[in-house]
Design a protein around this ligand. Structure first.
Ligand code: NAD
Length: 261
């Protein structure tokens, strides 16, 4: 395959781990210049090291920032444009799961924390990146929703509200900005084996989480967890020119689980 990201600038939040890191690696392999954002500076360094293993000449900007802080978001967008002059692709991905509990027991603070990161963070990212993309007249955005953004999962009020919100933001912005040469889509991953999912299984049973994991994927048509790199392939496609007429939609990547009774 040719280098779909030669001379392209890709901005990724939550790039220190899981889906963000896998997508950074895929984009770097295909020639991208990367602006990588995460709350955790050490994990960003780890991603950079992995990127340089697969793409030794890659230009990589690391920005430690909290996506729930509007000023920090404005800043990561400005820093990216100052360094690279444009943003071709934006993977608006950082998110947290929050503590699992029934709705009646779901703490208000916990609810607000999850919504602040997963929904407000995605909105701020759209707000500042879209300004840049509209001015340049091109760009692709992928927001990370979840299967929990298109159906009920249970015990996840904050997560469900925020991820359904991400789907709404995607559709709304997608229909607004298509006319400016910008396509905006969301992905809805099922259970992909990342540190977040490991943490989620440990919430269910800290001592026996691997066994819980096996039972968890039993109903999946493919009977396994997804791999971060499988999501990386989808994100790279959606951020590339090849997806230019796909807009305002939500693409599940879940082994078919969303469509099974
Ligand atoms: P992960 O925990 O492995 O990685 C998330 C990264 O985001 C971490 O590096 C973390 O430091 C960073 N982050 C968290 N809060 C942040 C903040 N406020 N500001 C900046 N960075 C922050 O998780 P993951 O599985 O890679 O999840 C990535 C996204 O995918 C999330 O939005 C998550 O909800 C979504 N998702 C994951 C799965 C899955 O099965 N792994 C399924 C559906 C959706």
């Amino acid at each position: 395959m040719s280098n779909r990201f030669d001379e392209k600038v890709i901005l990724i939040t939550g790039a220190g781990s899981g889906l963000g890191q896998a997508s950074a690696l895929q984009a770097a392999k295909e020639g991208a210049k990367l602006s990588l954002v995460d709350l955790n500076a050490a994990s960003l360094e780890e991603t950079k090291n992995k990127v340089l293993e697969v793409a030794p000449n890659a230009e990589v900007l690391l920005i430690t920032a909290n996506v729930a802080d509007e000023k920090a978001v404005e800043n990561y967008v400005n820093e990216t444009v100052e360094k690279f002059g444009k943003i071709d692709g934006f993977f608006n991905n950082a998110g947290i799961e929050g503590k699992q509990d029934l709705t009646e027991n779901f703490g208000i603070e916990e609810f607000q924390k999850v919504v602040n990161v997963n929904l407000n963070g995605v909105f701020y990212g759209l707000k500042y990146v879209l300004k840049v993309m509209k001015e340049q007249g091109f760009g692709s955005i992928v927001n990370t929703a979840s299967v929990g953004g298109i159906r009920g999962v249970g015990n996840q009020s904050g997560y469900a509200a925020s991820k359904h919100g991400v789907v709404g933001l995607t559709r709304n912005s997608g229909i607004e900005y298509g006319q400016y040469g910008i396509n905006i889509n969301a992905i809805a991953p099922g259970a992909i084996m990342t540190p977040m999912v490991e943490g989620s299984l440990k919430q269910m049973d800290p001592d026996n989480w691997e066994e819980v994991g096996k039972q968890f994927v039993e109903p999946n048509p493919m009977k396994r967890f997804g791999k971060p790199e499988e999501v990386g392939y989808l994100v790279a496609f959606l951020l590339s020119d090849q997806s230019s007429f796909i807009n305002a939609t939500v693409i599940p990547i879940d082994g078919g689980q969303s469509y099974k009774y």
